[in-house]
Ligand binder design. Sequence first.
Ligand code: FES
Length: 444
Amino acid sequence: MKSIWMDSTLIPRRNSLTGNKRTEVVIIGAGMAGILTAFYLQRHGVHVVVLEANRIGSGQSGFTTAKITSQHNLIYHKLEKSVGKESARLYGKANQLAVEEYGKLIKRYSIQCHYEKKDAYLYSVQESKKLLEEVQSAKELGMPASFVRETKLPFPVCGAVRFTGQAQFNPLEFIKEISSGITVYERTKVLKVQGHDVITDRGVVKAEKIVFASHYPFVNVPGFYFAKMYQEKSYVMELGPVEDLEGMYLGVDKKAYSFRNYDGKLLLGFGSHRTGKAPDTDPFITMRHTAEHLFHQAEEFRSWTAQDCMTLDSIPYIGTFSAFRPDWYVATGFGKWGMSSSMVAAKMLSMQITGKRTPYDAVFSPQRHHIKASALRFAEHGLESVKGLSAGVKPGAVNCPHMGCRLIWNQYDKRWECPCHGSGFEISGKISAGPAQQSLPFID
Ligand code: FES
């Protein structure tokens, strides 16, 4: 399954690692977060090596809808209540600065990546109360928010939260340019990390500092990310031709859609469920019906799925990997907001690694404890993990190599998926998503 970005962007191949190397910083993962972190570290004069198990941008950065926005669903009202006004303000500021930083980079380096300034909208067809609450909180926190009654969507809405000054682009065209001066070893799989040694299937890289930017960290201890993060899937369909909707849209109602244009086409997004809990009905058929109804002239091109790491309090984990490993760093848990979060992570980690602090360190710290904000998801995640583990010991179970949970067959995506932490495997058993590191034995 390939996304529109993967089919339309050719990133030059890089060699695999040969033998052992030494560097100041090694980054595991050549997606948006890893490449941007390497880019800023190099600008600070740091020697960096990036290791990638597959190809540059071949992970979740290639499956995103690539909205560059600080509008992260109905988050500001929620954060204001759960983590307090100051932390919510810093979260918003870090992300809005990240949105603006993309624009500056693209202009400064004349990057051709279909970058377009677009307003972002959260709409509802059912009620405006929660939208108005979000506008009020977001505005008080300094975000560029306003309430509008009408949009260019092809159906009436009760209202929408508009964020001005946001943007969209082709993420792989951007990564292609930004990674051009960075040392990346592709097809180099990290097997384990021991102290300052990153052991791969091609050799060992010794580094003073190590950054885990490979989506879901595969090291269980220390860090314990498996206890505080799960994954969610969503579905994307490419349709065309479709007129420009003059914005990027996300519905806040249950079973709502997202919309963004690209090059005369439309990327229709739908569905969001815990990975390993397949939906009752085929999401692609549901989307097809909606597309026929709303855009009856449009033809369907590709469709794909995206998978996102969800934290317990909805804030990414960016900072030191664990109190026991001060030289390891992590960038994960971006939710559905990988573009702005990747930039936040890159800016923060490049400062931290070079010995500087940022005003955002405490808010994004992986060692934070937002008990009130995390309580509900902590209970749900714990319950799902216990269910998955107990099902894993039953006879006939297909077990996940990560921690042994029972895998579920997703008939719509044709993959084995783990309900505990979201690992995925093709029908052949080949691993397609971590935190598991190994493939399954062949399954008929
Ligand atoms: Fe953790 Fe499967 S991903 S047990």
